[in-house]
Design a protein around this ligand. Structure first.
Ligand SMILES: NC(=O)c1ccc[n+]([C@@H]2O[C@H](COP(=O)([O-])OP(=O)(O)OC[C@H]3O[C@@H](n4cnc5c(N)ncnc54)[C@H](O)[C@@H]3O)[C@@H](O)[C@H]2O)c1
Ligand SMILES: N[C@@H](CCO)C(=O)O
Ligand code: NA
Length: 434
């Protein structure tokens, strides 16, 4: 099948990431989508030579993309309200599907845009608009579709959370961290959107609509930023067992829906209180599922591109006439499954915690170390109890670097064969998960 043709408007942080991810993972993406996804045109005012655009038509006119008869899907990544609105409406009028990362646009003009899209029978997808790379829109819309959602609460601005985390952990100044967030591409074109809570309110507005089935009502959201927070309050909160986080909260009550963004004290031992840096997290409480928590990078080049490309895959799948291709049972199209082998455990790699019961004699440690080093196993840390346990045995605790299981099996057999080692070596695998 021919690839689906895509036009991208905006080659900044997210646009550049999208071009990169589409190119790097082209084959994997086509195996999932059922067709290739080809970028044929990019509109930008600021061409970026670092992105590979060979074979792609470049223009500075976003409306040329919306009118290009070759293009099936327009990706809006220019940001802002007015040109983006015109662009998206024009693309829809021309029968194109739209993918956007623009939460300001959806929160403020979404009702109008969706109505127009319904008239024209096209899809408008916006996973990247909320919490960057976290697929939270999909999770609420599809995964939690059975639930009456009671409330949701989230850290939904990466820049703000990055600033608060760096100020608390490293004592850096607000301005210093904001400048870094801008350099990393996290911040909005106007960073007051981030630090005054406007961006979070845009996202919360979208989440509330998806959670409760209400029209988008950004103008009703209460918005308070982080600019008035002081180090003193951060420290007092800490002393009381709390962390201060900038939260968006949407809660259903008998009287109506609470829609509010503001700094909030959260007990320090809650998972969401430990979400730091550019990471975002959204907690959703539904009557059937209870509380679920979605965590991941809330901003940044490829994290956001991940959500944009996922929306592209969704649109491509929706275009197929075969319903089984739209939701492939194993996420990849059935004729695209690969024969990559599953490894036997002996070929699997991990780090290891080892506990060795050794006789309290000089030279045992050297013997243990040489058995491991002969097999290329590096020791990360070692702990030997000073005091003898019963029977003159001293436990020796080691943590190793990653190594294939077979090699560790050989090493353990050699360790157990040492005269000064008694009984079996206890092994527990270690995963750093970072
Ligand atoms: N940066 C992030 O981490 C992130 C995450 C999620 C969502 N978003 C959203 O994605 C969108 C893009 O953000 P970004 O960070 O990539 O912005 P950016 O400023 O890095 O890039 C915007 C690009 O659009 C181009 N552009 C803007 N107006 C144009 C016009 N009228 N004609 C032609 N080109 C135009 C600019 O030249 C630039 O290449 C915004 O809506 C933003 O809110 C960003
Ligand atoms: N400026 C936004 C980008 C992601 O939406 C943030 O920092 O969260
Ligand atoms: Na998302």
């Amino acid at each position: 099948m021919n690839p689906v043709k895509v036009g991208i408007c905006g080659l900044g942080t997210v646009g550049g990431g999208t071009v990169n991810v589409l190119k790097r993972n082209a084959e994997e993406i086509a195996r999932r989508a059922g067709r290739g996804i080809e970028v044929v045109q990019i509109a930008t005012r600021t061409p970026k030579p670092q992105y590979q655009t060979t074979g792609i038509t470049m223009t500075d006119d976003v409306f040329a993309v919306a009118s290009n008869p070759e293009i099936d899907i327009v990706v809006e990544l220019i940001g802002g309200y007015s040109v983006a609105r015109e662009l998206v409406l024009k693309a829809i009028d021309n029968g194109k599907h739209v993918v956007t990362a623009n939460k300001a646009l959806i929160a403020v003009h979404g009702n109008e845009i969706f109505a127009r899209a319904r008239e024209k029978g096209v899809i408008v997808a916006f996973e990247a608009a909320v919490a960057g790379g976290i697929p939270v829109i999909k999770a609420i819309r599809e995964g939690l579709a059975a639930n009456r959602i009671n409330w949701l609460a989230g850290i939904i601005n990466g820049t703000g959370n990055f600033i608060l985390s760096e100020m608390r952990e490293k004592g850096r100044t607000f301005e210093d961290v904001l400048t870094e967030a801008q350099a990393l591409g996290y911040a909005e074109a106007d960073p007051t959107f981030d630090v005054e809570g406007i961006d979070a309110a845009h996202k919360l507005t979208i989440l509330a609509s998806i959670a409760f089935g209400i029209p988008l009502q950004f103008d009703k959201a209460y918005t308070e930023g982080i600019t008035k927070l002081t180090t003193a309050d951060v420290n007092y909160a800490e002393a009381l067992g709390y962390r201060i986080k900038h939260l968006g909260v949407a809660r259903r009550t008998d009287a109506g829906i609470e829609l509010r963004v503001h700094p909030t004290l959260i007990p320090a031992d809650r998972l969401i209180a430990n979400v730091n840096g550019v990471m975002n997290a959204v907690m959703v409480n539904g009557d059937a599922a209870g509380s679920t928590l979605f965590y991941g990078a809330g901003a940044g080049i490829e994290a956001t591109a991940s959500a944009v490309v996922a929306d592209l895959v969704d649109v491509v799948r929706a275009l197929t006439t075969d319903p089984t291709n739209r939701v492939p049972h194993l996420a990849f199209q059935p004729d695209s499954l690969s024969d990559h082998p599953i490894l036997p455990i002996t070929d699997c790699e991990s780090a290891y915690y080892l506990r060795i019961q050794a006789k309290d004699r000089p030279g045992v440690l050297a013997q243990v170390a040489s058995i491991l080093s002969e097999r290329g196993i590096n020791i990360e840390s070692i702990m030997q109890k000073e005091v003898e346990e019963q029977d003159g045995l001293v436990p020796m605790i080691l943590v190793t670097h990653r190594v294939a299981e077979q090699r560790m099996n050989d090493a353990i057999a050699a360790l157990e064969a040492l005269n000064d080692v008694v009984g079996n070596v206890v092994r527990i695998r270690v995963e750093q998960l970072n």
